[in-house]
Design a protein. Structure first.
Lengths: 156, 282
């Protein structure tokens, strides 16, 4: 079926099966490989994207559900000032090691900061509860987001 | 390949439900996992699909003096954000899944999935929630405890759609919720307990204790509840062990990948004891 939606600020029209996962649409049909497949069951957050501004796991969204909606992946988000703030925070704190989970964590951080620009440490931990990282032990990512909120003060 | 239906209105959805053999797809957080295939291959849904999660008619939370009415497509996140709803009812919901799951998962989906481990269910049983079921013929309203008939099974007919849940609007002197899972986020419950009580002049005026993941459906034993109601707190204190033994007999968990029978029984009884001693008696 034909599906029209807005992807990273551009109107996109694709012809896909209704139950194809948004994850596969983004990676295979549209070559957006920042969206990673980790667990494929909504537990790891590596495939996180923003869906009308909300954080979702793209492995759980059928293509038909994105019709008329707005999707943002890291490829689109990286052009923003907010991304620069998160990038700096992550660099300062060593929040990235292998990097596989990082696109998901960056978008989880954006979803958190856009609803709560000044989160406490506990709120940051709650905000990234759906994202798994096997390298850092999480502390550096929590620190990175806390640093990003200072770097990007006023942006959210 | 299966066909899909993407109705524009609820009445169109009910017509489709009547005229076709379809599976209802709401938020998708269960179905997309249950029927997933390999990377790059569409989800292998077993029959034609009726999508309803986008219907605006099902997306509202309405509150009147006696009821809270939750539409079928209301997500956990929408429920949590609604400042009109009591915080006590939000405790079970905020522990479900993760941020991203709560953005798509729905309370009605949790009911229709009818998992013994469904995390909204102990609360909905305790609050005497009702399920509104519609078809082209009209609507019927059933108690949630009658609606769910076993693990994964409900009394929903092939031409019907659950459109709303009704929670009687009432405040309780005590509410209690504990979920035991392997980790804090994205954990399916091993055991959960949601309880409420009202106390008037040191006497139990009302008590409801609901246990999740410890039987084919949520366990709520009205017989034990009515033998606790009207007791003085001092009498309850003396009789706690007897009531716990009564609950222990009714708790019938199984061994599975997440936990064992013996652990679940023990923890469920401990949680009921905690509720009675720390919340009710004080």
């Amino acid at each position: 079926m034909r599906i029209d939606f807005k992807l990273n600020n551009q109107v996109v029209s694709i012809d896909v099966e209704h139950s194809k996962r948004l994850l596969d649409v983004l990676r295979d049909d549209l070559n957006l490989t920042s969206v990673k497949e980790g667990c494929a069951e909504g537990e790891c957050g590596a495939c996180s994207v923003l869906f009308n501004g909300m954080l979702v796991n793209s492995c759980l969204i059928p293509a038909v559900n994105i019709s008329g909606c707005e999707i943002v992946t890291l490829e689109g988000y990286r052009g923003t000032k907010r991304f620069e703030a998160i990038k700096q925070g992550f660099e300062q704190c060593g929040s990235v090691q292998c990097g596989f989970c990082t696109p998901g964590f960056v978008l989880a951080a954006e979803a958190l900061l856009s609803s709560n620009p000044n989160p406490s440490k506990d709120e940051v931990i709650k905000g990234i509860e759906g994202n798994l990282c096997r390298c850092t032990g999480y502390q550096m990512i929590v620190d990175g987001i806390l640093a990003a909120k200072e770097v990007g003060k006023g942006l959210w | 390949m299966v066909n899909s239906f993407w109705p524009m209105t609820l009445s169109e959805a009910l017509d489709i439900r009547k005229n076709h053999n379809v599976m209802i797809f709401n938020g998708g957080s269960d179905l997309m996992v249950k029927y997933r295939c390999w990377s790059g291959i569409s989800v292998d849904l077993p029959k034609d699909i009726l999508y309803i999660g986008h219907l605006n008619e099902l997306k509202s939370i309405d509150i009147n003096p006696s009821e809270i009415i939750i539409g079928a497509a209301v997500s956990y996140a929408q429920f949590l954000k609604d400042s009109r709803l009591p915080i006590e009812f939000k405790h079970p919901i905020e522990q479900i899944g993760s941020v991203a799951i709560r953005n798509i998962g729905t309370l009605v989906g949790n009911i229709c999935n009818a998992s013994p481990a469904g995390d909204t269910l102990p609360m909905l049983y305790a609050l005497d929630a009702k399920v509104v079921i519609m078809s082209t013929k009209g609507q019927r309203i059933v108690e949630i405890s009658d609606f769910i008939t076993g693990p994964g099974s409900t009394q929903l007919n092939h031409d019907e759609i659950v459109t709303r849940i009704i929670i009687p609007r009432k405040t309780y002197d005590r509410t209690f919720y504990r979920k035991v899972g392997t980790r804090k986020a994205n954990a399916i419950s091993k055991v959960s307990v949601f309880s409420v009580a009202d106390i008037k002049e040191s006497r139990i005026d009302d008590i409801r204790i609901c246990i999740g993941s410890c039987g084919p459906t949520v366990i709520r034993v009205k017989k034990i509840e009515s033998s606790i109601i009207d007791l003085r707190l001092s009498e309850l204190t003396l009789d706690i062990d007897r009531f716990l033994r009564m609950y222990d007999e009714k708790i019938v968990p199984i061994d599975d990948v997440r936990s064992t029978k013996i652990y679940r029984s023990k923890v469920a009884c401990n949680l009921i004891k905690t509720f009675l001693t720390k919340e009710v008696i004080l």
